[in-house]
Design a protein around this ligand. Structure first.
Ligand code: ZN
Length: 148
């Protein structure tokens, strides 16, 4: 174990991978999408309930490595209450951060825990997977929450 690996597996990442937040199916979601990272075997489904361009609720299900699970958990916890424009901005910043190490701005909260991921190219896809699933979920037309 080196200091670099400690950079990757920060306490907040270990915590969220062991005890993922919002790990459930969102029954009244109006956006959802699946993501798959064949390189690592990570699978994630992201559920969102959006009203008036604001994320009211976010959740996810799936299986994968510690990084993908922690990324989904911290993403769902960090984006609740954000507008779709803020989500797009944080996605852009997060993408830059996990590929170059340039941290997200303060509105991203715990997302900064993933700043060390850029040192591990094989892990970048794990960290970004839940975000790609979320962005693809948000781009789809809303589906009615009821099943009638
Ligand atoms: Zn992975």
């Amino acid at each position: 174990m080196t200091d670099d690996v400690n950079d990757l597996y920060q306490e907040v990442i270990l915590d969220h991978s062991r005890t993922p937040r919002n790990f459930k199916k969102l029954e009244n979601a109006n956006h959802m999408a699946d993501g798959h990272n064949p390189l690592c075997g990570d699978r994630v489904t992201v559920f969102a309930r959006v009203e008036n361009d604001v994320i009211q609720e976010l959740s996810f299900q799936g299986s994968g490595c510690a990084i993908s699970k922690a990324s989904a958990s911290i993403m769902t916890a960090s984006l609740k209450g954000k507008t779709l424009a803020e989500v797009q901005s944080l996605f852009d910043q997060y993408h830059v951060m996990v590929t170059t190490g340039t941290p997200v701005d303060a509105t991203g909260g715990k997302l900064i825990a993933f700043a060390g991921v850029h040192k591990f190219p094989a892990r970048v896809k794990c960290a970004i997977l839940p975000w790609h699933a979320l962005m693809s979920a948000l781009k789809k037309s809303p589906t009615p929450a009821t099943t009638e």
